[in-house]
Ligand binder design. Structure first.
Ligand SMILES: [Zn+2]
Length: 277
């Protein structure tokens, strides 16, 4: 299913086509159902899902992470420039519950997002990363960011982080996301007629995008926590099960993110921030 989204670019006032393809709902849900096992099993499953999605050979790699028993898993989609968009989600879980919401909901979406953008040549190189040991203190993402060279940091236009999807429609952690990245996401959400609101989760904890903020890489975190879903105490408890996911909302979040990361290829080459008047 290929989709072409016609929209007015958020910076330039010209209509641009955003081309992406969507993995059908059954496919996205089948990947979500593969949450079982410990972190080691999930790392292996993620690698396999990437391979099934067509990311294999030298495009898939593992990064040994100091302080973690497991590596980060990375899938590379080369673009025509040296500019980079990183799309990430942690695959590890805590011992309570099944860790479906937090965060197989994010990790298992990575291969489907890879498929969404690989249908045509892109300017940006995309790096899809499953991070290890987020729950132990952002171990995988911190390691990843700290080994980036100055040049790599400068070349990275966006880091899109997904953590805890499918409890509700898409939410953005507004106080911890780049304003321009939020603007681009809001614009796509409007075009797709998909709900998007800002819900800040500062009191709840952190997520992998914050590692990137340390080196000033523009970042955005998409989640699905609301007051209601937070009150339901699903995260890090026995309630974190497949049945907690609202599958309609989850697929809508996938559609939104697929269009978004395709769109970012066109607009994420940010000019310097305009001067305030
Ligand atoms: Zn998480």
């Amino acid at each position: 299913m290929a989709a072409v989204l016609l929209l007015h670019a958020w910076i330039a006032a010209t209509a641009e086509k955003v081309r992406f393809t969507l993995v059908p709902r059954e496919g996205v849900e089948a990947r979500l159902r593969k949450y079982s096992g410990d972190n080691g099993q999930r790392e292996a499953t993620l690698k396999q899902l990437f391979a099934e999605a067509g990311c294999n050979g030298h495009h898939i790699s593992e990064q040994v992470v100091k302080g973690s028993k497991l590596p980060n898993v990375m899938c590379l989609l080369p673009g025509s420039s040296d500019k980079v968009i990183i799309v990430g989600a942690h695959f590890d879980r805590v011992s309570a519950g099944d860790g479906v919401v937090d965060n197989w909901s994010g990790a298992s979406l990575l291969p489907s997002l890879y498929q969404a953008v690989k249908i045509e040549p892109r300017k940006h190189t995309y790096i899809f990363i499953g991070f290890t040991d987020e729950e132990k203190g952002l171990v995988g993402s911190r390691f990843y960011v700290r080994q980036m060279t100055k040049e790599q940091v400068a070349a990275t236009d966006a880091m899109v982080n997904m953590d805890t999807l499918g409890l509700a429609p898409s939410e953005v952690w507004a106080t911890h996301s780049d304003k321009r990245l939020i603007g681009a996401l809001a614009s796509i959400a409007k075009q797709l007629n998909v709900p998007l609101t800002g819900v800040n989760v500062d009191q709840i904890g952190s997520s992998d995008a914050e590692s990137f903020a340390e080196r000033k890489v523009p970042r955005i975190t998409v989640h699905s926590l609301t007051q209601e879903t937070w009150n339901a105490a699903i995260l890090h408890t026995s309630k974190d099960k497949f049945s907690a996911i609202r599958l309609d909302d989850y697929y809508e979040t996938y559609r939104l993110l697929a269009a978004y990361i395709a769109y970012l290829d066109q607009v994420a080459d940010f000019p310097a921030e305009p001067m305030a008047h």
